[in-house]
Design a protein around this ligand. Structure first.
Ligand SMILES: Cc1cc2nc3c(=O)[nH]c(=O)nc-3n(C[C@H](O)[C@H](O)[C@H](O)COP(=O)(O)OP(=O)(O)OC[C@H]3O[C@@H](n4cnc5c(N)ncnc54)[C@H](O)[C@@H]3O)c2cc1C
Ligand code: SF4
Length: 507
């Protein structure tokens, strides 16, 4: 009996568990479906990247002699959903059994399990820590701190370890990695790829079908197959990695990538494996080509944060995305979708998100994330936005970053304190404030930076929850030292700002 082997758009590797388990008679099913593309209004670059990479992967499988059934988006019989396409393909091939690598999203796991067919979901073992291993690590711990998880992963994998001890004598070089932006920056851009015939065809399709989605489709330069993604990795290691550590947190106008790798979209889709990326970085350090703070800082993001976030998503369960412990309920303001704003930092971050389907970690956390949190935006809306606009966004990694790390909506599972800041942090780590209509040094009154007002408003309205947090004691001490009149002014001006924003005024 023929079996169907489902390969999803983010499972584009020979190493996908279902593909490894497939026999020569099994039919590999791949489908471009409108439901997935329309579940949130994904950025056109993200849709084009996935469809092009899927088409090329299907062609490579066929060349290798596999039986592939590929359903294109414009197939007139396309039902628009993964379950619909599985049922149609089961009919076509007389299949009653489906083999799949477990999806990285609770909703799709549920849909597959509900199919009226025999469905075998194999654990997705492309990660460095399995779900059961993470659950064992988490069991019985009062706090799930990433740093402890990371150290175990270093020991387990031997990455950056010398005779059982961390290379260089320290586990973590983060303290060296917070330099403000350099005056003159001339970072190497991530490797660009000229669209080939397959990519061109997909670009035309996406242009026709998703013209209304937020985001600029062209120029399109992402890698769309494994060979290209490997070249992008080698390019990053040779050109940007040496300064990655130093300027990891810096933000500069007109420089969307700085010394970041822009490899998450390739890793998340399966074009690169996390271990090969970490090994390439470790090798460069061992060869003396990059400093240890860069290599360790980079490897920690993948071996630590990436694996940790996935672990959290799966142990926390399907209700994670609806958590909202702070009770935030304001609507996401239109400036997140490109409406004009006087806040230069938001305008810059949103504009590059629109153009590149990319923002680096600190922009996501300390600009758009920070503002949404201190302004009290509904975390479900924030989650949908991040899922839509970034080329690397899939729920298993996006939700713990947004619901957990950025919005504190999970009550402190991911972060021991909320990531909130006034304008001072943004002024220190970027050059956004020069040329902003607001003045970052002004705390109240005409031209006061909204981050300065909303930061205190946030701390004041959540005092009960956070004042006992030792990591926040200094913040509350500073607030309490201000005279009462000044505190009342800050709160009143913050309220005025929030009300104007809610009424749709340009802020
Ligand atoms: C609010 C918010 C939302 C985010 N949403 C996503 C998302 O949808 N998809 C996603 O892959 N990352 C997400 N991140 C994490 C991080 O911002 C991106 O992985 C990173 O910006 C990708 O760009 P890069 O490849 O240039 O990363 P680099 O700065 O070069 O970092 C190297 C790699 O480390 C990994 N990494 C770094 N930080 C994290 C992290 N916090 N969680 C998981 N992996 C990490 C990524 O694979 C990344 O490619 C989010 C972070 C925040 C604060
Ligand atoms: S002054 Fe405030 S709003 Fe303007 S760029 Fe700086 S932090 Fe952002």
């Amino acid at each position: 009996m023929t079996r169907l082997v489902l390969i999803l758009g983010d499972q584009l590797t020979e190493g996908a568990a279902a593909l490894r388990a497939a026999g020569p008679d099994d039919v590999i099913l791949m489908a471009e479906v409108a439901d997935e593309a329309a579940y949130v209004p994904h950025h056109p670059k993200k849709i084009a990247f996935l469809f092009a990479a899927m088409r090329k992967f299907a062609a490579a499988l066929r060349e290798a002699g596999r039986r592939v059934d590929y359903v294109a988006l414009d197939d007139p019989h396309n039902t628009g959903s993964i379950p619909g396409e599985i049922l149609r393909a089961a009919d076509r091939h007389g299949a009653t059994e489906v083999l799949a690598t477990e999806p990285g999203e609770w909703q799709l796991i549920g849909l597959l399990n509900d199919l009226p067919l025999t469905v075998r979901l194999l654990p997705d073992d492309r990660f460095l820590c399995s779900q059961s291993e993470f659950a064992r690590w988490a069991e019985g711990r009062k706090e799930l701190r990433m740093e402890w998880f990371y150290r175990e992963m270093r020991r387990k994998t031997g990455l950056l370890m010398d005779e059982g001890a961390p290379a260089g004598g320290r586990w973590n070089y983060d303290a060296d990695n917070r330099k403000p932006p350099p005056g003159e920056a001339d970072p190497a851009a991530p490797m660009h790829f000229t669209p080939d015939e397959v990519v061109d065809e997909v670009l035309n399709l996406v242009e026709a079908r998703f013209a209304d989605n937020f985001g600029t489709l062209r120029p399109f330069w992402f890698a769309t197959d494994r060979g290209q993604a490997r070249r992008a990795l080698a390019h990053f290691v040779a050109t940007a990695l040496p300064r990655f550590g130093d300027y990891q947190d810096a933000m500069l106008r007109g420089q969307p990538f700085l010394w970041h790798s822009v490899l998450s979209l390739y890793m998340n889709a399966g074009l690169l494996g996390p271990m090969e990326v970490c090994r390439a970085v470790e090798d460069a350090w061992r060869a003396g080509d990059v400093p240890l703070n860069a290599a360790e800082g980079y490897i920690r993001q993948i071996l630590g944060w990436r694996e940790y976030m996935r672990g959290i998503y799966f142990i926390e369960g399907p209700d994670y995305t609806s958590r909202n412990v702070l009770g935030h309920g304001r609507a996401l303001p239109p400036m997140y979708w490109g409406a004009e704003t006087d806040m230069r930092c938001i305008a810059e971050t949103v504009a590059q998100t629109r153009d590149e389907a990319y923002a680096h970690h600190i922009q996501r956390l300390m600009i758009t994330g920070n503002f949404a949190l201190i302004a009290g935006i509904d975390p479900a809306d924030v989650h949908q936005w991040y899922l839509a606009v970034y080329a690397d966004a899939y729920e298993w990694v996006e939700a713990p970053n947004v619901i957990g790390m950025s919005q504190y909506a999970d009550g402190g599972i991911v972060g021991s304190k909320p990531y909130v800041s006034s304008g001072n942090y943004i002024a220190r780590m970027s050059n956004y404030c020069s040329g902003c209509a607001y003045d970052v040094k002004t705390k109240t009154g005409q031209g006061a930076c909204p981050f300065n007002l909303l930061y205190w408003h946030f701390l004041d309205r959540h005092r009960e929850r956070f004042q006992g947090n030792p990591r926040m004691a200094n913040m509350y001490r500073t607030w309490d030292r201000m005279d009462e009149e000044r505190r009342a002014t800050v709160l009143a001006e913050a309220e005025t700002f929030l009300n104007r924003m809610a009424q749709g005024a340009r802020v």
